[in-house]
Design a protein around this ligand. Structure first.
Ligand SMILES: [Fe+2]
Length: 166
């Protein structure tokens, strides 16, 4: 820092738009992916009419894609769950949009209410289940896009691979 400088900024720097970095069209950092999920969560018109509830199988819909990432919308009727799985080489952001989900890992069980977010790294293993009495909706962002979702048997190595977002 040059202590001889008499440069000062007058006023609010955030009002000097041409000095700010332009907003990126696509997220590339963890905080930007979390922010994207929050933005989508807040804009119900983007996803609300797309949600379906299927009692025979977990319902999912790819909401959008971008460079290297995918955004999935999932619904969970009471009793539906993912089984214990990881996400291969993908990182992820899970956001509960509606209802309550429960996440189970080797270490903890967490109740995830509407608005809750979980960020996970490649190899993170969890099970997500709707053990409430109401349907739930969640948003899942994967970076890179999900190409495998190895299922785990309890206390065993990864088993069969089935790519269903969760
Ligand atoms: Fe998952």
């Amino acid at each position: 820092m040059n202590s001889n400088s008499d440069l000062q900024i007058a006023g609010d720097i955030l009002e000097v738009q041409h000095l700010l970095q332009p907003a990126r069209e696509h997220p590339s950092t963890v905080s930007e992916f979390v922010g994207l999920a929050r933005t989508i969560a807040a804009d119900r018109a983007q996803w609300e009419q797309l949600v379906r509830y299927d009692t025979t199988t977990r319902w999912y819909h790819r909401l959008r894609t971008g460079p290297g990432y995918e955004v999935w919308l999932l619904s969970w009727v009471p009793g539906q769950g993912s089984g214990l799985h990881d996400h291969g080489l993908s990182c992820g952001v899970l956001t509960v949009l509606e209802g309550r989900l429960t996440e189970r890992t080797e270490r903890a069980t967490r109740a995830l209410d509407s608005g809750a977010q979980r960020v996970f790294a490649p190899g993170y293993a969890h099970e997500v289940v709707n053990d409430s009495l109401e349907p739930a909706v969640s948003l899942h962002i994967y970076y890179p896009g999900l190409t495998e979702m190895p299922m785990h048997a309890a206390q065993c190595a990864p088993a069969a691979v089935d790519v269903v977002p969760a």
